[in-house]
Design a protein around this ligand. Structure first.
Ligand code: HEM
Length: 138
């Protein structure tokens, strides 16, 4: 970091050790969330992928998106979610899980909002890919 630059979100969150703690809690919530697992495709995938591997990819992605030195090495959000047919209600449940994890670890409001903005930026690739998410905008 240059002296005249403000610290990245990654640095303000405390780097990978802190980000991984929040992702660990979030993925535990998401994988056990009945609101998500009532979707059979999500339920199948949640029982197929291993929690450590899933946490690894999401941690890597959040670190990268927050300005850390990591390079995200997983699939695109469209490629990894298209087959899951995720609905608006399921998206809302995921965001509720995220807010619970941010609250649990007392992530400061400003940094929490920036993280939520990053996650929201993936919504079109994750939800709009679903044939069940409604008609395309006019
Ligand atoms: C309702 C919301 C979501 C649900 C139900 C969901 C569920 C899943 C499931 C089941 C998988 C494994 C897919 C498979 O291998 O067949 C997956 C992969 C993944 N998801 Fe999500 N997800 C959601 C939102 C998000 C968001 C918001 C992010 C990131 C900001 C994210 C990041 C990832 C990553 C990084 C992978 C791994 C990609 C790979 O395997 O290469 N997901 N998700």
């Amino acid at each position: 970091m240059q002296p005249d630059q403000s610290p990245s979100l990654y640095d303000r969150l405390g780097g990978v050790y802190n980000i991984a703690v929040v992702v660990d809690d979030l993925i535990d919530r998401v994988m056990a969330d009945d609101r998500l697992n009532k979707n059979p495709a999500v339920d199948e995938a949640h029982h197929r992928v291993t929690p450590p591997g899933f946490k690894y990819f999401v941690t890597e992605m959040v670190c990268w998106a927050a300005g850390g030195p990591q390079q995200y090495s997983g699939r695109s959000m469209g490629d990894s979610h298209r087959h899951l047919h995720i609905t608006e209600d399921e998206w809302a449940a995921f965001m509720d899980d995220l807010h619970q994890s941010l609250t649990k670890f007392h992530v400061p409001a400003a940094e929490g909002r920036e993280l939520v903005t990053i996650v929201e930026s993936t919504k079109d690739a994750i939800v709009a890919a679903s044939p069940r998410s409604g008609p395309p905008p006019a």
